[in-house]
Design a protein around this ligand. Structure first.
Ligand code: ADP
Length: 269
């Protein structure tokens, strides 16, 4: 069933294309309408960011994206006092801007960030929908349309780095995996402009690599890597070479592992 919340939003520009795996677009829109925050789980390169970009455009909301890293703390999200010519001026950070503007705020790889960010995320993620700014004493109520979206890759993080239950339980959670082979081939084709047979071969390769690498490597062949390889073929590189530089080399630096991946490439392409 299509969501009624997606019906009649006039778009300034066409949303970036997103081919849905299941009901994730409707679910996103319903979470937005219900003023609930969303947690997207899934391996790198499976389409999480594209889904958020697509849905922000369809819902007619501005999108503010921040990538999590180990030095990202609460002040990087909320803002800082800057000293200018002897004066001190408060400058909103990206989360504060999103809260004031009613934007969709997307924090990618949330588990990489410092733990103090939960202090600002929790009151925004529950019924309060408020951002406390300790340094200015302000309590900002989120404007209508604001939505908090976090993503993380449950596969590759350190056990100690998982999300705390008190954080997880504030979010609607959605798992995305790699798309089915038929859908993935459509994505590779439409994102790169390559012929259908090239897309199919790359998807077959991804499946073989995923079977092989699932347990051994932190990451395996993602849709993103297939799209990159397909784009290289469109630029004139032979398929096998494109798959080697865009897929195999991206997955490992270890010479014996790389040789094993190259073996799979030779067998499939
Ligand atoms: P993630 O955020 O999960 O790491 P991205 O959203 O950046 O992954 O996806 C990587 C690339 O793969 C995108 O830029 C796009 O080209 C392609 N892609 C993946 N899934 C889809 C999809 N369902 N529809 C369209 N493109 C997709």
């Amino acid at each position: 069933m299509r969501s009624p919340h997606l019906a009649a939003v006039p778009l300034a520009t066409a949303p970036p294309p997103y081919l849905a795996q299941a009901d994730e677009c409707d679910l996103f829109a319903q979470a937005h309408a219900a003023r609930l925050p969303l947690l997207l789980k899934g391996p790198t390169g499976c389409g999480k960011t594209r889904l958020v970009e697509h849905m922000a455009a369809r819902l007619g909301r501005p999108l503010i994206t921040v990538s999590g890293h180990d030095d990202l703390g609460a002040a990087d999200l909320t803002g800082r006092h800057l000293i200018e010519g002897g004066d001190t001026r408060w400058v909103d950070g990206p989360l504060t801007r999103a809260v004031r503007e009613g934007a969709i705020f997307y924090l990618d790889e949330v588990v990489e960030a410092r733990k103090d960010i939960t202090v600002v995320l929790h009151p925004l993620a529950d019924d309060r929908r408020q951002l406390p700014l300790d340094r200015t004493g302000e309590q900002i109520a989120a404007a209508p349309g604001f939505m908090l979206v976090l993503s993380y890759n449950p596969g590759y993080q350190h056990l100690l780095k998982g999300l705390k239950p008190s954080t997880r339980q504030r979010f609607v959670a959605l798992s995305l995996g790699y798309p089915s082979p038929v859908l993935e081939a459509q994505i590779v084709q439409s994102e790169s402009g390559c012929p259908p047979e090239v897309a199919l071969q790359l998807v077959r390769l991804a499946q073989a690599l995923r079977r092989l690498t699932e347990h051994d490597l932190e990451e395996t062949a993602s849709t993103r890597l297939l799209v990159m390889a397909a784009r290289l073929t469109q630029a004139g590189l032979p398929l096998a070479r494109a798959a080697h530089v865009a897929v195999a080399e991206a997955l490992t630096d270890d010479a014996p592992t790389l040789a094993a991946l190259a073996e799979v490439l030779r067998a499939v392409l």
